[in-house]
Design a binder for this molecule. Structure first.
Ligand code: 5GP
Ligand code: ZN
Length: 115
């Protein structure tokens, strides 16, 4: 855990969030500034700042993040219509919170390429 990290503080319940899912390794909560009707953040409970910190030891955890996001998409009824998963890394991608998080976005048509 990193004391000044916003998402670590959400994991520790020091900052409130609208929780969607929790298990021993993963937490999911609604984004505070949703960019689509469904905008859920799925995070590992353990602090890792960026995708650049991943090692083979995290392969299983990354799989869990993606599969849990897909499960939430199914619960929200957007699986068939489609959805997007986004992982931003560092400045050029617009990362603002330096604790790895997967964005699940859906519930409206989206465009490609992204901005
Ligand atoms: P990034 O740009 O780092 O990929 O995404 C960070 C996301 O965290 C943004 O979509 C932003 O709206 C969201 N966010 C920032 N602060 C909070 C917060 O306090 N609570 C929640 N639930 N989401 C937040
Ligand atoms: Zn953190």
């Amino acid at each position: 855990m990193s004391v000044n990290c916003l998402f670590c503080r959400i994991v520790k319940r020091e900052v409130p969030a609208s929780l969607v899912y929790e298990d021993e390794e993963v937490l999911a909560f609604n984004d505070i500034s949703p960019q689509a009707p469904v905008h859920v953040l799925v995070v590992p409970k353990r602090h890792m700042a960026t995708l650049n910190d991943l090692t083979p030891a995290e392969d299983h955890l990354v799989g869990r993040l993606i599969r849990q996001a897909a499960a939430i998409a199914a619960e929200r009824g957007i699986s068939a219509g489609g959805y997007r998963m986004v992982l931003n890394c560092n400045a050029d991608a617009g990362q603002t919170v330096f604790h790895i998080h997967l964005h699940l976005l859906g519930g409206r048509p989206m465009h490609w390429p992204p901005g």
